[in-house]
Design a protein. Structure first.
Length: 365
């Protein structure tokens, strides 16, 4: 009798879990964009004017972006980062006793060169000058970026922060954490706050092709973002492991125990496993682009090779399986479409999942 009761309890819990995941997936269908981005700015109203930029400065932002050859969302993000949209903002006192000022935080010397005789505290003068200056910086770093438009945007932002001479001296590989953070912050803000469609701007695109139609589902419903793609500094792990080739999402409060339910963000076909690290490996099933995926550190999974999953179907349970001691989390990797069906990290196929998940409406809240 006890065994029968226990079996009934297990079946009931499984059914409840499935219903919960289905409910979360349905909720995300209606709130996909709001979970990824604050979709408020650099859209256009019925008159074709840029909206969301404060104080009616939208048309000036778009004009400056056109002058610079940059996305309007990026110019808006840069102005917000530099001054918080405060035309009277003053920077710290510099070595020569001067201070950067205005919306774009121009130093007096740079303003003399690009201000065209205007007033740095005048918003329209400052926004226009930013467009001219960013366009000039693009020209200066073009040879280093070559034919890569994303690298050109990143180097232009780096030149604005550290100076074009620094970019040229280091051949684009600036060793300054402050500048690297500045570039990443602007690009992330351009997509997350200043894009009407959550589209990653040039400079932040993980892949240069079409992401396909439709939204995805967050792969760990209820999880929160804990670690990003790229270099990090964790103690107790080899140097190669600190070049993070995916992102981490974790269920709050899971600690080292059983975590949340991991689901298929889109239609998938299971292509293999890396059992040592608790990874389920998959490819998109359906229309191109046929990205690859790895869902790692799972405590358990109940899928088989060749199995096809619909969006929101259960893959497994979040865990901490792997070679290093770790808290419970989902490590998610996304691979280029041309990657083989069975692919592993550090084989040259990894893409940054963050901008892709954001654009597809599947970024964790």
């Amino acid at each position: 009798m006890a065994a029968v009761l226990l079996l009934g309890l297990v079946v009931g819990l499984a059914m409840a879990l499935t219903m919960l995941v289905a409910t979360l997936a349905e909720e995300e269908d209606g709130n996909a964009l709001s979970s990824s981005c604050t979709v408020t700015t650099v859209g256009h109203n019925a008159k074709g004017e840029v909206t969301g930029v404060p104080n009616g400065w939208g048309p000036a932002v778009e004009a400056a972006a056109q002058d610079a050859g940059l996305p309007a969302s990026l110019v808006a993000a840069q102005l917000a980062q530099e001054s918080g949209w405060n035309p009277d903002a003053l920077g710290p006192v510099l070595e020569d006793g001067t201070r950067a000022q205005g919306l774009a935080q121009f130093t007096p010397a740079t303003w003399t060169a690009y201000g065209n005789g205007g007033d740095p505290s005048d918003p329209h003068d400052a926004i226009a000058a930013l467009g001219r200056y960013m366009g000039a910086l693009k020209t200066e770093v073009q040879a280093i970026a070559g034919d890569d438009p994303d690298e050109l945007v990143r180097l232009t932002l780096a030149a604005y922060n550290a100076g074009p001479g620094a970019v040229q001296r280091h051949n684009g590989l600036l060793p300054y954490p402050e500048t690297q953070q500045y570039v990443d912050t602007i690009l992330d803000r351009a997509q997350g706050t200043f894009s009407a469609t959550c589209q990653a701007p040039t400079g932040a695109r993980a892949w240069d092709g079409d992401l396909g139609d439709g939204d995805w589902t967050t792969p760990l419903p209820g999880g929160v973002f804990t670690s990003g793609y790229g270099a990090r500094a964790l103690a107790g792990v080899p140097s190669w492991a600190n070049q993070h080739v995916g992102i981490d999402i974790a269920t709050p409060g899971a600690g080292n125990g059983s975590g949340g339910v991991v689901v298929a963000p889109t239609e998938l076909r299971i292509t293999g496993f890396n059992a040592a690290d608790g990874c389920v490996i998959a490819k998109e099933h359906g229309p191109d682009p046929d990205f690859g995926f790895a869902f790692c550190h799972l405590q358990s999974w109940d899928v088989a090779k060749g199995q096809k999953l619909n969006r929101g179907d259960i893959i497994g349970i979040e865990g901490n399986r792997g070679r290093f001691g770790m808290s419970t989390h989902l490590h998610l990797e996304i691979y280029k479409p041309e990657a083989p069906d069975l692919v592993f990290p550090y084989q040259g196929h990894n893409l940054d999942p963050e901008p892709i998940l954001k654009e597809k409406g599947a970024w964790p809240t």
